[in-house]
Design a protein around this ligand. Structure first.
Ligand SMILES: Cc1ncc(COP(=O)(O)O)c(C=O)c1O
Length: 359
């Protein structure tokens, strides 16, 4: 607290990122990072770029990267916006597209950065409760709204809507912007990128942090009608013209082009997710059906917060949210085979011990 802070700074309630502790033998399952290293081609491109050109500013328009992404998704380069992680792309989308007189709608349980951006940009919002199965019901969004944002698959539940369900939502709200945050889409959900061609109100946000294993590079992007992208560019160029450094642009191009790495790494995560889900279910956990690289699970006999603490004592870090409706759950990243084995072994050990609820 300082008297030198602006009124805005006083009003903020910043997002709390998952911790990045430095502990020996840590089993880190708290921030949905990929268990495998990224594409070798991406690493080589990053190294080469870093060795040769850091003296120079990067291309502020990221022309080559936008071309690569456009051809990957079958759209025009002017339908692509890139930013420093999808968090930055989302922030610009909130400022450029989601602030209106009527409230922005999003689920009561979703990515906890959304209300943070609303406070930052003074955006009125309303949360729409997930149903009892923790699923987004698109019919519940039939109410006055200035804009809508959904994560699909949703976070932290991992549950996905189908493309047809999102198409119905986007069409029903054709006169307001709809943003679909597809941070986890590659792990088993249907992308709505093909809808962009015929829906000028739809913006789809992707990241290289999850399915491309490049969380440390900070590259995210949005796909939408050229007029929506122009809006994002206006905000970006009023904030930071060079959000992506040269190594990030070069690495992202190589990562997108390395389809063989992508398919193999994705198959690994999906197979391990199924093994983790089955292992947790055997231990009595209720595991929500995940289309992401994490699972959201609770145990009828164990308190979520206490279980998280017990795991931490064993150097296993998972994410717990002290928030309404979800405080019983653990969000567990799909780690490597060895990490999942360690987690399941620790949970077996803990099953009859101190984390059990009294009574
Ligand atoms: C739903 C969702 N969207 C966006 C992000 C941001 O990812 P990044 O900024 O690394 O691209 C995350 C990160 O965890 C997320 O869970």
């Amino acid at each position: 607290m300082s008297r030198f802070w602006s009124a805005l700074t006083h009003r903020l309630s910043p997002y709390t990122p998952g911790e990045q502790p430095r502990m020996a033998n840590l089993v880190k399952l708290n921030t949905n990072e990929h268990p495998l290293g990224p594409s070798q081609r991406a690493l080589e491109a990053i190294r080469a770029e870093a060795a040769n050109s850091l003296r120079l500013y990067p291309d502020p328009r990221a022309t080559a990267l936008r071309r690569t992404l456009a051809s990957h998704h079958g759209v025009d380069p002017d339908q692509i916006f890139v930013g420093n992680g999808s968090d930055e792309v989302l922030a610009h989308a909130f400022a450029a597209l989601l602030k209106h007189d009527r409230p922005l709608l999003f689920p009561d349980v979703t990515y906890s950065f959304y209300p943070v951006y609303c406070r930052m940009f003074d955006i009125a919002f309303q949360t729409v409760p997930l149903d009892a199965a923790m699923t987004v019901r698109v019919d519940d969004y039939r109410r006055p709204a200035g804009a809508i944002i959904l994560a699909n698959p949703n976070a932290p539940t991992g549950i996905a809507l189908s493309r047809a369900q999102i198409a119905a939502l986007v069409d029903e709200h054709a006169d307001i912007p709809v943003v679909i945050d597809e941070a986890y889409v590659d792990f088993g959900a249907e992308s709505v990128v093909p809808l962009v061609a015929t829906r000028p109100n739809l913006l789809v946000v992707h990241t290289l942090s999850k399915s491309r294993a490049l969380a440390g590079l900070r590259v995210g992007y949005a796909i939408g009608d050229a007029a929506l992208i122009e809006g994002l560019d206006r905000v970006k160029d009023s904030f930071n013209s060079y959000p992506l450094g040269r190594p990030a642009q070069a690495g992202a191009i190589a990562a997108i082009e390395d389809e063989a790495w992508f398919l193999e790494a994705r198959a690994y995560v999906i197979a391990e997710r199924e093994r983790l889900t089955a292992g947790l279910a055997r231990l009595g956990f209720e595991v929500l059906p995940s289309a992401a690289n994490f699972v959201f699970a609770r145990h009828p006999k164990h308190d979520g917060k206490a279980l998280t603490a017990r795991l931490r004592e064993r150097s296993i870090i998972v994410r717990h949210f002290d928030a309404p409706r979800i405080s019983d759950y653990l969000r567990i990243t799909v780690g490597s085979r060895e990490q999942i084995d360690k987690l399941l072994a620790a949970l077996i050990e803990l099953a009859d011990h101190s984390a059990a609820r009294p009574g």
